[in-house]
Design a protein around this ligand. Structure first.
Ligand code: 5GP
Length: 195
């Protein structure tokens, strides 16, 4: 069976990656999101195993030592990682897998998986990013400041991605993403047939 695509959706914290993915998944229901492992505290409304797999730092470090991650990174003072076995299993079943991860993680995966499709979401402006981070209400002022400094650094490396999408109007962002993924899928099918 043909291996599924590995699609990375990245961009600064607060740009709306998770919301965009949820909407995208409604249009392309066959896509599978990789559930990350994290040491950050669970937020209200989150469910262990659905939003993240929440673990203690010691467990996460043990998983690093056991080589269980396709990539992992320390983001905003917490660990986050993509479990390798699940991604490989899903791709092996021919499923297209989406990683919604930060820029450090995206860089690591793109270095290790040469055919990964990389997409970077940018906010329409810095002011809008500030507004989204503040309105989300999940971080205190200091954490928001930290995320904004990191956002500037992250946006500076966005040209390394296959595609950059400005996440202004959700519907438009999702349409663009769906089109990119469908085109890539068709292109690879054509290439395989020609081989
Ligand atoms: P949050 O704590 O707001 O859910 O996520 C913080 C940041 O970590 C976001 O940019 C999110 O995309 C990123 N992130 C989530 N899971 C992973 C992962 O498995 N690996 C990496 N490198 N970043 C992740």
């Amino acid at each position: 069976m043909k291996e599924g695509l590995l699609i990375i959706i990245s961009g600064p914290s607060g740009v709306g990656k998770d919301t965009v993915f949820k909407e995208l998944n409604k249009r392309l229901p066959d896509l599978r999101k990789s559930i990350s492992v994290t040491t950050r505290p669970m937020r209200e409304g989150e469910i262990n195993g659905r939003d993240y797999i929440f673990v203690e730092r010691k467990r996460f470090e043990q998983m690093i030592a056991e080589n269980r991650f396709l990539e992992w990174a320390s983001v905003h003072a917490n660990y986050y990682g993509t479990p390798a076995d699940e991604v490989m299993r899903l791709r092996g079943e021919g499923r297209d897998v989406v990683l919604v991860i930060d820029v450090q993680g995206a860089e690591k995966v793109a270095g290790a998986v040469s055919d990964a499709l990389t997409i970077f979401l940018v906010p329409p402006s810095r002011a809008e990013l500030v507004r989204r981070l503040t309105e989300r209400g999940t971080e205190n002022r200091q954490a928001i400041e930290r995320r904004l400094i990191e956002a500037d650094r992250e946006i500076a490396v966005s040209s390394a991605y296959d595609y950059i999408i400005v996440n202004d109007v959700m519907d438009k962002t999702v349409s663009e993403l769906a089109e990119i993924i469908q085109n890539e899928s068709r292109r690879r099918k054509r290439d395989d047939e020609e081989c």
